[in-house]
Ligand binder design. Structure first.
Ligand SMILES: [Zn+2]
Length: 163
């Protein structure tokens, strides 16, 4: 296993629609293990392949008791609404309030290629949607009004310049 470098905004790969995962082999299992290691090291609760520079529809998460690998993820249904703080490892974890559905059902393939569906609520549902968005080339700041989006980007760039 190895820790990968996290790709940060505004890298091009973060805005690209990921390519479907087609090979469910040892390389995918290894990549998933690296992604978990990278995510834990960065103290995140989810990490998608574009965040380590790979244009692939794949994410891992460990959030609110839900730990999984999702290849070719889709949100198949949602319900309700929640408003809460969200951040992203690719945007320096600068937080912003994002309104999203309260519940979400994820459909994806596991590391062996088996399709599964999983329901989540609250924070874990938020992670399902945030990570699936990454696979579609979308960031959480894309859900914000322009002014708030600009504020998050500005703060991220400022904090980065201190490092
Ligand atoms: Zn993210």
């Amino acid at each position: 296993m190895a820790i990968r470098k996290i790709t940060e905004y505004p890298a091009e790969v973060l805005g690209q629609v990921g390519k479907p995962v087609t090979e469910f082999d040892d390389a995918l299992a290894e990549l998933s293990a690296d992604m978990f290691e990278t995510m834990y090291e960065a103290e995140g609760v989810g990490l998608a392949a574009p965040q380590i520079g790979l244009n692939m529809r794949l994410f891992v998460m460990d959030c609110d008791g839900i730990k999984l690998i999702a290849a070719n993820p889709e949100i198949v249904s949602t319900e309700g609404e929640q408003s809460g703080q969200e951040g992203c490892l690719s945007v320096g974890k600068v937080p912003a309030v994002v309104v999203r559905p309260m519940k979400a059902r994820l459909k994806a393939q596991d590391v062996k290629g088996e399709w599964f569906e999983r329901d989540a609520e609250g924070y874990a549902a938020r992670a399902f949607m945030h990570e699936t968005d990454h696979c579609n080339g979308k960031l959480f700041i894309d859900h914000l009004p322009k002014l708030r989006r600009d504020m998050v980007v500005k703060r991220f760039k400022k904090e980065k310049s201190w490092k």
